[in-house]
Design a protein around this ligand. Sequence first.
Ligand SMILES: [Zn+2]
Length: 147
Amino acid sequence: MDRAVALLTKRVRALGPKRRTGLRDHSPAGSRELGADVFTLMARRAVWEWLGDRCGECHGAIVGEIQDATHPLGGRLFCCIACGGTGRRRYPDAERAGALRLPVEVYRRNWARQFAAVLAMLDRFDGDTERRVRQQLAPVAQSKNVA
Ligand SMILES: [Zn+2]
């Protein structure tokens, strides 16, 4: 886990080298001595959210169900409103800013997009893993079809 965070921190730092000014460390003085700059905090927070990011309403299923006895299927499905159909829990800016030890305005102005990019990056990792697993399973599935 710590290794994953360290790796991700590196990637986060590398995300926007062209806009150095927007990427300045806004941590309050002293937090550096604790060995956690805003990049590390962001990576840690992103991994934390990513690992436990299921929407509390639909639990990641993205669709919710309303029981409806008059409906032929006994209920109606709807896109989860709580997560907007992403299946992911939505965290308030204030909570994220707190995790990054930043004032909310600073977080919104300089870090919110970056944070979204980090989460998207983690999703891509996830997608790559899935693809690799599927590729490894493909020959097995094909041999079944032949037999
Ligand atoms: Zn949901």
